[in-house]
Design a protein around this ligand. Structure first.
Ligand SMILES: Cc1cc2nc3c(=O)[nH]c(=O)nc-3n(C[C@H](O)[C@H](O)[C@H](O)COP(=O)(O)O)c2cc1C
Length: 363
C-alpha cells in the first residue's frame, strides 16, 4: 500500500458503537508498521469524546481513520420530526424498558447537524491521517479543508452513481459497499435498496474499475480469499472488513453477540430501517421484532433517523452490557457459512491469497 503505507490492503471497517480502539495493539507489527488500517466510527460521539479518541489513536498508530455520518442536508432541524412521533414511539417502548429493568430517560433531543459540525471541527483541528464518511456527500469546501491538512479522504457509496459523485467531489478513494454488509448502508438521499447490486463481486464487476482514476475499496460480505482474489483481479485496491473483525476471538464483543456475528445467518439476516431509522443489516432479534411491530402499525408516524436509534439507546446499552443479544442493534453482514474460530493474527492469511503485483492503484 503506497500512500498510507499499510502492510496489507485491508481496512478495518469503522463501526460506530463498537470499541474498536481496544484492537489497536493487534494492528501493528514489532516495528510499529500498520498491518490493517485501524478505523474508528465516531458518528455518534460528542466532539470532546472524538478529540480524546483521536489522541489515543495518534499515540498508537502512524496511520488511522476516523469516520462520520453525513447528516441529511435536505432536512432542517425544525420540521424534521414532529413531537407526537417521538412521544408515540417513546410510550410504546416504555414496557420494554421496564421489563428489562432499565430506567427510561427523558427523550434525548439532539441537534444532529450541530453534532456533525462539532465532530468535523475536531477532526480538522487534529489533522488526522485518514477521514472517511458515509450516508452521502460532504460539501467540497470541507473536502478541500481536509486536503489542505494532508488528510486522505474516503467516501462511501452503494451505487456506481454515488461513487462517481464522490470522485467528482474530490475524494481520494471510494468504498463501494454491497448490501451484504453488516451495519448501515451508505445509501444517498433518494436511493433505495431496490436499486442495489447484491453481491460485492457483482457490484465491483459492474463498476468497471479500469476506467476509474481513484482507488476503489470493496466492502460488504467479503469472507474468504477466493472472493478477495476475484476482487483484486477486477481492480480493487483494498478491502474493508467489518463482520470478519467482529468475529475475532479477542474482539471484546459480548459472547452472545460474538457467536451471532460468527453464525451462518443467510436465512435470518435482514436489511431494515426500523432499528435505527436508516437502512442497515441486522440479524433478526427481539429488538428488530419490537421495532418492526411498531413500524407496521405506525408507518406514517414512524420517526426518522436518528430517533429510533436515540430512543432505544439506553435499552441497547444495558443489553450490550448484559450479554443480551436480543435487545441490541445486532448489526452483522451476511454469512453463507458459520465463520471458523480465528483471531486478528489469522485475518491476513484467511483473506489474502494473491500476489501484491496483482494489485492495481494501491492506496
Ligand atoms: C457493527 C457495525 C457498525 C458499523 N458502523 C459503521 C460506521 O459507523 N460507519 C461506516 O462507514 N460504516 C459502518 N459499518 C459498515 C462497515 O463500514 C462495512 O461497510 C461493513 O461492515 C462491511 O461488511 P461486512 O460486515 O460484511 O464485512 C458498520 C458495520 C457494522 C457491522
Amino acid at each position: 500500500m503506497e500512500r498510507l503505507e499499510l502492510l496489507t490492503p485491508i481496512i478495518q471497517a469503522p463501526m460506530a458503537g463498537i470499541a474498536t480502539d481496544i484492537w489497536l495493539p493487534h494492528f501493528t507489527d514489532t516495528d510499529g508498521k500498520v498491518l490493517f488500517l485501524p478505523s474508528y466510527g465516531a458518528g455518534y460521539m460528542q466532539g470532546s469524546a472524538v478529540a480524546s479518541k483521536v489522541k489515543v489513536y495518534a499515540q498508537s498508530a502512524s496511520v488511522f481513520n476516523f469516520n462520520l455520518f453525513i447528516p441529511s442536508w435536505g432536512i432542517n432541524k425544525k420540521n424534521s420530526t414532529q413531537k407526537h412521533q417521538l412521544d408515540g414511539l417513546w410510550q410504546y417502548l416504555s414496557p420494554y424498558y421496564k421489563a428489562l429493568g432499565v430506567a427510561q430517560p427523558e427523550i434525548p433531543y439532539l441537534d444532529i447537524k450541530g453534532l456533525f459540525w462539532d465532530q468535523l471541527d475536531v477532526l480538522l483541528e487534529h489533522k488526522i491521517p485518514v477521514f472517511s464518511f458515509t450516508f452521502g456527500r460532504l460539501p467540497k469546501k470541507h473536502i478541500e479543508a481536509f486536503k489542505r491538512n494532508g488528510t486522505f479522504i474516503i467516501g462511501s457509496a452503494v451505487s456506481i452513481r454515488g461513487a462517481q459523485q464522490l470522485i467528482e467531489d474530490g475524494c481520494d478513494a471510494i468504498v463501494l459497499q454491497s448490501p451484504c454488509a453488516g451495519g448501515h448502508l451508505s445509501l444517498f438521499e433518494g436511493e433505495t435498496i431496490a436499486d442495489l447490486t447484491f453481491t460485492v463481486v457483482e457490484l465491483i464487476r459492474s463498476a468497471r474499475l479500469e476506467e476509474w482514476d481513484v482507488p476503489c475499496i470493496a466492502a460488504g460480505g467479503i469472507r474468504n480469499a477466493e472472493e478477495v482474489e476475484t476482487l483484486f483481479k477486477l481492480g480493487v485496491s483494498a478491502i474493508q472488513l467489518g463482520t470478519s473483525f467482529l468475529a475475532c476471538r479477542s474482539s471484546g464483543l459480548p459472547t452472545n453477540y460474538l457467536n451471532t456475528v460468527s453464525s451462518k445467518n443467510t436465512a435470518n439476516s435482514v436489511l431494515t430501517s426500523v432499528v435505527s431509522g436508516r437502512m442497515a443489516r441486522t440479524v433478526e432479534n427481539r429488538l428488530y421484532q419490537i421495532m418492526l411491530d411498531y413500524y407496521k402499525k405506525n408507518k406514517t408516524n414512524f420517526p426518522p433517523y436518528p430517533w429510533p436509534h436515540l430512543l432505544t439507546a439506553s435499552l441497547r446499552a444495558a443489553a450490550m452490557k448484559n450479554n443480551d443479544v436480543e435487545h441490541i442493534a445486532a448489526w452483522c453482514g451476511i454469512n453463507d457459512e458459520k465463520l471458523p474460530d480465528y483471531d486478528f493474527n489469522n485475518i491476513a492469511e484467511r483473506m489474502l491469497n494473491f500476489r501484491s503485483d496483482q494489485q492495481r492503484n494501491p492506496i
